[in-house]
Write a protein that binds this ligand. Sequence first.
Ligand code: SF4
Length: 375
Amino acid sequence: MITGIYDFTGTGLYIHVPFCFSKCAYCGFYSTVPDSEKISRYLQRLEDEASARLPAAAGNIHTIFVGGGNPLCPDLPGLKRIFEIVKNHVDLSSISEWTFEANPENLSDEIAAFLKELPGIRISLGVQRLDNAELELLGRRARITDVERALEICGRHFSNFGIDLILGVPGCQSIAPALAQLLEKLEIQHVSAYFLSVEPGSLLQQRIENHEFPDPDEADPDELFEVRQVLIDAGFEHYEISNYARPGRRCLHNMNYWKPGDYIGLGPSAVSTEAGLRCYNPADLGRWLADESPAFEQLSSVDRRNEYLMLRLRLLADGFNLTSFERRFGAQDDNFHSQVLWHIEQGNLAQENNVIKLTPKGIIFSDNIISDLFI
Ligand code: SF4
């Protein structure tokens, strides 16, 4: 069950910064290379969008997440403007967490000194790999010296910072030994570790199609379990399939997504959800600047049921309560109950009282298990 500090009701605010100085080899997300005019127009439009959309929710916003793209592209003056925009529309005294994603090569002492004054500040550093050749293979701009420098800055300025890693990169050594060494040196509070996902249209996708690079879908899952063991040995809780936290350091903003709760997204390609109505901002700076209307999708009760199951099973430490689930989505049919039972017998799911959770064995088959419970 989600309890205590994770059991809050409120709306998360996501601000998308759509700029990257260059494209990583695996990335298919929308982003554009910044210049001073684009940044200035982006910030003006962000102010307008915040004025239009935040007043109704302002008092109910408890978490803020500034992501990208590369949120440090607007540099210190742009970051100060983002802060002003938020301050103008949100009651900062109700903010319990404010996450900033940061690319290592762009984090400076000057920026850190500013960010550390934000309420509830938490830094999520996009480290990805701990080896130069691997960073280069992924088309990252940062090199290991940038990563080490940024980690030192985080250690000096922030009590709550975490790192993002990419696992399952074909041909790369397990990151687990280097991660263990890093955890001995620094008080890292949170680790996100996702398998490499090669997006359509990315450089790596082309290389895979040309048979110049192995398909990461065939990657060995061993690295995940090695990383998991390192983190558990270091005192982390494996609380979501791809996320680990020291006690009390789960990402509150993402917990709200996974609960699942409502959230507001500002900026190009940002998504918002309120009471089952999902709203997609245009994934293009020009169209968003031109105030093109978002696309709307009303989630059906089946969509909401399936999404709830998926998100809650991914929350390994919490799972879902069968009684609450049926109260919310109605009595489930025999097929659902027999699928749950079958996966419990296979050791993929576990039942404690009335709560169903994925087991460590089930992590590797989670997509199949979850889709077996979909209607
Ligand atoms: S992975 Fe992140 S930093 Fe790299 S191009 Fe994509 S959005 Fe930009």
